[in-house]
Design a protein around this ligand. Structure first.
Ligand code: NAP
Length: 281
């Protein structure tokens, strides 16, 4: 699995990881098996959050990681409502317990929330000093909010911004992605398959996607993952609770799209205007 430097951390992380949102609704044994197969195949960036199943998913991830924790880049997120100074410290302790570990590799603020960012950043810095987190980042932050974090924390502190990024949602390409690249911040694209809304071959854009896939003898989803991670600052974290899906996703790493194919996909999937704001989560 191709490794890339994860923002300012200097740590290398696989370009493709594993998401876990809504896994609490899936067959537990299948989700667990999927995660474990993913780890065997090198999808060792595992993304979760205290929000997911209100702790249930972190418990599942904790179980999947037994015996292989050290080989995993483990990420969790504090809910904005909990993200006061004290609230963040306590939320992290709860997540560590559910995940059966003594540290997170990266800890994120799930989205901009009601509490002063200074407090969350101060808590993140303390958790890092104590070795409970190795790095910290944010999620769903637009450029103005990223500037605010930079002003509070100074350069080189913010590890990543985890943002919505799929073929039909390329908003981040306009300003967020260039900002992150300028400041050495990793971009982690979430919902790379648009959650449940993946382009069907019957649609105009889906037809182009299917043609590119056919030319390489791969699946459209593999083309999507390759396209989304075409810049070295970008990582993707598809979620799969079925082993066959996980295997399909892991194999995407071998695919190399030509410049012409990338251009074709860029044209087929309109990146839309700069005027829209980041979608509310
Ligand atoms: P996604 O990864 O875009 O899509 C997941 C869906 O695609 C599931 O139904 C999955 O099915 C299916 N799938 C996966 N691989 C497949 C394959 N190779 N072939 C066919 N179907 C496949 O959805 P997502 O969960 O929204 O996003 C991924 C992760 O990003 C989340 O799990 C979460 O960790 C993170 N996320 C973060 C935020 C945030 O605010 N920071 C928001 C949303 C998501 P099965 O599960 O049945 O295998």
């Amino acid at each position: 699995m191709e490794q890339r430097v994860f923002g300012s951390t200097g740590v290398t992380v696989p370009v493709l990881g594993q998401g876990t949102w809504q896994m609490e609704d899936d067959d537990r044994a299948s989700a667990l098996r999927s995660l474990q197969v993913g780890l065997e195949l090198g999808l060792s960036h595992v993304d979760t959050a205290e929000l997911y199943g209100y702790g249930e998913v972190e418990e599942l991830v904790g179980e999947a990681l037994v015996g292989c924790r050290d080989a995993v880049f483990l990420v969790s997120k504090v809910m904005p409502n909990n993200a006061t100074y004290e609230g963040t410290l306590k939320a992290c302790e709860r997540s560590l317990k559910r995940l059966r570990t003594d540290r997170l590799d990266c800890y994120l603020l799930h989205w901009p929330g009601p509490h002063p960012l200074e407090e969350t950043v101060r808590a993140f810095e303390r958790l890092q000093e104590e070795g409970k987190i190795r790095s910290w980042g944010v999620s769903n932050f637009d450029v103005d909010e990223l500037e605010e974090v930079l002003a509070i924390a100074g350069p080189g502190r913010l590890a990543c911004n985890q943002v919505l990024y799929h073929l039909r949602e390329r908003y981040i390409e306009h300003r967020v992605l260039p900002w992150c690249e300028r400041h050495g911040v990793a971009v982690v694209g979430y919902s790379p398959f648009g959650s449940g809304d993946f382009p069907e071959p019957g649609s105009a854009d889906g037809r182009v996607l299917a043609e590119v896939a056919r030319a390489h003898g791969v699946t459209p989803r593999q083309v999507a993952l390759s396209f989304l991670t075409r810049r070295r600052s970008v990582f993707a974290i598809p979620k799969a609770s079925r082993e066959a899906h996980t295997r399909d996703n892991a194999a995407a790493e071998r695919l190399r799209l030509s410049e012409e194919e990338v251009a074709r996909l860029e044209e087929a999937f309109d990146s839309q205007g700069e005027q829209r704001s980041l979608p509310v989560v």
